[in-house]
Design a protein around this ligand. Sequence first.
Ligand code: ADP
Ligand code: MG
Length: 325
Amino acid sequence: MSESEFEIIRRYFMRQSQKREDVITGIGDDAAVLQVPVGQELVVSVDTLVAGVHFPENTPAAAIGHKSLAVNLSDLAAMGATPAWVTLALTMPGNNSTWIDEFSRAFCALADRYRVQLVGGDTTRGPLSVTVQAHGFVAAGTALRRKGAEPGDRIYVTGTLGDAGLALQLRESAPDGLQQKLDYPEPRIEAGHVLTGLASAAIDISDGLLADLGHLLESGDSGASLQVDALPRSDAFLSALRQSGSLQQPPYYELPLSAGDDYELCFTVSGKFCPRVEQLLSAMPCGCTQIGIIEESAGIRCYLEDGTSYRPAGQGYRHFDKAGK
Ligand code: ADP
Ligand code: MG
């Protein structure tokens, strides 16, 4: 590594105020040395964001910095883990210090908020690509999984669905509230944490509700009924649809069902724990909404408020509906 590359790392990636006591050796050596607390299990996740594939080429550096960490923290949230450490492999076409400054400022701000320390990484030249590996802890044996939902369990989601998908569709004309959800998703760490011991299964929604709930159901060999009118939609989402005259039209249903990038949690809860879960999550900014129920027969069946069935057009549906209904 050249002197200038180390200078970049020192200036932009050692700027965090967060210094954890369980980091014995952080950035600057050949590898990080970290201490896992006694009685806890290590939960590890890695994700790569590639320019033009996972985000549009014109995405602001700050949004890329935030989102590259947020999507990993979201995976830890879905496991009920508390994040602790991250590593960052950054490939950049050039040495644009303004870009790196904005990227790392947003990355480190999110890391600081969740007491996560950047403990190492790699910096290389090439087409823009960001790989983040996140490490967190759960008390031994308590990690949430995709597998575990039982017939009769209620299905919930945190926050609202379809915002990021609508922002992607509207592009430049997307209102701020929707663009914010696409560029700066908030990992649902606290929600995941309180769900350990209460939820029977959990997954984060990166590819769309139908696709990701489909993964959860496949893991548990079960099916589900969804109330599509009950899906939580934000005020920004509703007012943007109202403006374009498509309230109650396909986007009203399809975006919350099939659009990705919301990074909310979808989880299942046995009836006896529902009041407790609703009480705990309603005290958080994200809240939660009950959207359906786990059933024995495979596939996802969607219903409107009046009890008639709704047939989703989105790709996620074909992907998992074994029954082919
Ligand atoms: P090596 O050549 O031994 O792999 P590097 O020169 O790649 O080491 O990195 C030097 C130090 O800087 C290491 O501790 C590494 O973890 C850290 N580092 C490199 N790039 C980054 C980055 N983008 N973010 C955080 N730490 C980094
Ligand atoms: Mg290296």
